[in-house]
Design a binder for this molecule. Structure first.
Ligand code: SF4
Length: 359
């Protein structure tokens, strides 16, 4: 008799499901019918009582697939109550995880306030977009040293730094984990060895990601749990403009001025969490997508009539399981086929999906 391993978790989508393996950080697409077996039965033995006679072969095929891919555990006749589920506990703390900082020389007058904010918010990671000279950059990185920051990704202007070797900068600032040079004419990457390999990337520009790609999916236990509770892009992330304005997104939702507002008061504001709690389960379309706990999405959700949704298309349609580059794709917010499809099918609850081959 087999049961599903505790760290293997099925996630049901509108038309198909995903089975996570959070031990190996991998996943497989599975039919919704297999997901329903997991939902309704604890052991594989129970599956045979749940189906009708002519579906037995398909159940055998499911078990064969699950065993071959390391999803099942042989209970060896032990009481199945001995096998517990994994904990989804999330330890909440108020610290800011990522601060996207836009820094120009004019912000130097707020360096002290910035330092206080970093300490009070216990910021761990900084994504620093910097325009200015090397001297001011060194001053700024010096300020960061006395805080809780453990990781800095540095975005510099290619034109300004194209001859720079970076060894000295990296050796004297060990918190730098990556340097990205913006404004290069083509992408390239090289590594600098200073005891660890630090990537130096050249790119054209930073794009606000609107199209989701499978290669950008994040599959691990922490991300999976966080995605059940929070918006994984905005959770604990703040943006600071070159004028010292703190906002919730790169484009809007100003909440404070680093030069005037006390750091502790900013961190305790309820409004700081506006997008943190808008998880994929709260967003139209995404809440029916099988990728919703692995999808890394930097788009800003919008609210209308008490519903959250995205203004742009992500490039995947969970109602037909197709990506934008596949034949037969149409975007979910493409009004005519979408409305037609919704009227015809989305409002008709399935009683039970037919048993299907493993995808
Ligand atoms: S529909 Fe939502 S969850 Fe699914 S891939 Fe697109 S953005 Fe991600």
């Amino acid at each position: 008799m087999y049961i599903l391993k505790a760290n293997c978790i099925p996630v049901k989508g509108y038309k198909r499901s995903i089975l996570y393996n959070l031990q190996n950080n991998t996943y497989d697409y599975i039919p919704n019918s297999l997901c329903e077996l997991f939902e309704n039965c604890r052991t594989t033995n129970e599956w045979y009582t749940y189906i009708i006679d002519n579906e037995k072969e398909i159940i055998d095929e499911y078990i064969e697939f699950l065993l071959a891919n390391d999803y099942l555990l042989d209970t060896k006749k032990l009481d199945i109550n001995c096998f517990t589920s994994i904990s989804f506990a999330w330890e909440e703390c108020k610290e800011v995880s990522i601060l996207n900082l836009n820094y120009e020389e004019e912000i130097s007058k707020y360096l002290h306030n910035l330092n206080v904010f970093l300490v009070k918010s216990r910021t761990k990671n900084i994504s620093l977009q910097y325009i200015g000279g090397l001297k001011t950059l060194n001053n700024l990185l010096g300020t960061v040293k006395d805080t809780y920051v453990t990781n800095i990704v540095l975005y510099l202007q290619y034109k300004q730094f194209k001859g720079c070797l970076f060894e000295k900068l990296i050796s004297s600032n060990p918190l730098i984990s990556k340097i990205v040079l913006l404004g290069a004419d083509r992408f390239s990457i090289k590594y600098i060895d200073t005891g660890k390999q630090i990537p130096i990337q050249k790119i054209e520009s930073i794009l606000i990601n609107s199209e989701i790609k499978p290669m950008g999916f994040v599959i691990n236990k922490m991300y999976f749990i966080e995605a059940h509770l929070y918006n994984t892009f905005f959770h604990k992330r703040l943006f600071v403009s070159k004028k010292g304005i703190i906002s919730l997104t790169p484009l809007s939702d100003r909440i404070a001025d680093i030069s005037k507002d006390p750091a502790k008061e900013i961190i305790n504001r309820k409004s700081i969490q506006k997008y943190w709690l808008i998880k994929k389960d709260s967003i139209e379309t995404c809440k029916e997508c099988e990728h919703r706990y692995m999808c890394y999405d930097s788009r800003i959700p919008t609210q209308e009539n008490n519903k959250w949704y995205y203004m742009s298309d992500c490039g995947y349609n969970p109602y037909i399981n197709k990506w934008v580059d596949e034949d037969g794709y149409w975007p979910v917010n493409n009004t005519s086929p979408c409305i037609k499809y919704q009227n015809l099918q989305l409002n008709q609850p399935e009683n039970r999906s037919p048993f299907r081959q493993i995808i």
